[in-house]
Design a protein around this ligand. Sequence first.
Ligand code: GDP
Ligand code: IMO
Ligand code: MG
Length: 422
Amino acid sequence: MPKKLVILGAQWGDEGKGKIVDLLSEKFDVSVRYQGGSNAGHTVVIDGVKYIMHLLPTGILHPHNIGVIAQGMVVDLKALKEEIEDIEAKGNKIPHKLYISDRAHVVMPYHKLLDKLFEKKNGVGTTLRGIGPAYMFKFMRKGIRMVDLFDQRMFEKKVEENIEFVKDIAEKVFGERFEIDTRYIEEEVIKPFEFLKDRIIDTAKFLRENSKSVIFEGAQGTLLDIDMGTYPYVTSSNSSALGLANGTGLSPKYFKDAQIYGVAKAYLTRVGGGPFPTEVHGEEAEKLREKGGEYGATTGRPRRVGWLDLVALKHAVDVNALDGIILTKLDVLDGYPEIKVCVAYEYNGKIYKDFPASLEVLENCKPVYETLPGWKGSTKGLTDISKLPPNARRYLEFIENYIGVPIVMLSTGPQRHEYLFL
Ligand code: GDP
Ligand code: IMO
Ligand code: MG
């Protein structure tokens, strides 16, 4: 195992990062989340008990592992407190081994109100967790950081200004009036802060001084990255490897010996709006969605489903300089007589092999498919590489040849033990 390992999403999120990070983080001392917030939902199944991690790094489920919520995250304190309580109710102790960055921004209740309002006009299909507005306030230099909560007068002044601004947007842009009860802020922010405040430190310094073995867990995925994804149908942070330095507060030099792996599903899903060239519909979609259990871990929304898109996956390999791919949910393709894989896009008579920036091209291109034979027998729960059906192996080789990096690990079921190294 490398001393610094980055595991991030190579598609539109929900690739199975939680399951993989849970497995790999056992060997690490520290695990870090560095962007996004409670829009993430990373599922882990341990001995039949299901955990859905939203803000906490998944590695924290291992007793020896110290978790870090780094400065690039936007943190809903109430959601964090509830997540901790939920995990502790399942018998796992959290607070003593968690640090939260004093520079991380706080998701305020009014960010969630704005998220709802903006959705009326934008239709991105966000998770409504206030993520976009929290980052918007950060970049407008109006945000509230963890450190501000230690200074009550300053906090109150900032909140007052923020509320006036939010009311103005609501009224002038959306014609909606609302009152923000300060008791609401007390319940959603101040009380959870009191519970968590001993954990708030300079996490960048902590990481500089404790970087013997650290695993970094990306949220969302490369195609949802604010810069490299399918803009504007993206999240509001750098969810590719581009977010590592600013998200942790560590110099790019720190990551020079890190290994970076992308998690990808053997097919493809996305939640919310935006282009999806290989999307399937109707009965075909229904079948794949049911087989794959493709319902959002955070919002419960049915996920859109489609075939594996190698143009998009190669983009993720290149953007992140991936050392390899960890392929999940191969078992979901068991029993398919044929499997389609997208190898190019066609738009206006032109063939695209590089992932285009243009939304127009992405929305209106036609996928060019190769059809591969499916495999007989089951890969569900497979742990022995010699039992991999020959056509499944061929599918993996086809992917590797196209993207130019190896598939290093295969996940064959949601449970911890259902995997094999290649
Ligand atoms: P994440 O956000 O990337 O962590 O992924 P999610 O947890 O949102 O969604 C992945 C879903 O697939 C979860 O329900 C996992 O329990 C499940 N899962 C993960 N790996 C596998 C796998 O190899 N096979 C199957 N069938 N399910 C898996
Ligand atoms: P994990 O970490 C899948 C999507 C939303 C929406 C867009 C913007 O579990 O893989 P946001 O609330 O971030 O402003 O929504 O991004 N989205 C995700 N899709 N998995 C996620 O996280 C996601 N987090 C956000 O559906 O399309
Ligand atoms: Mg998820």
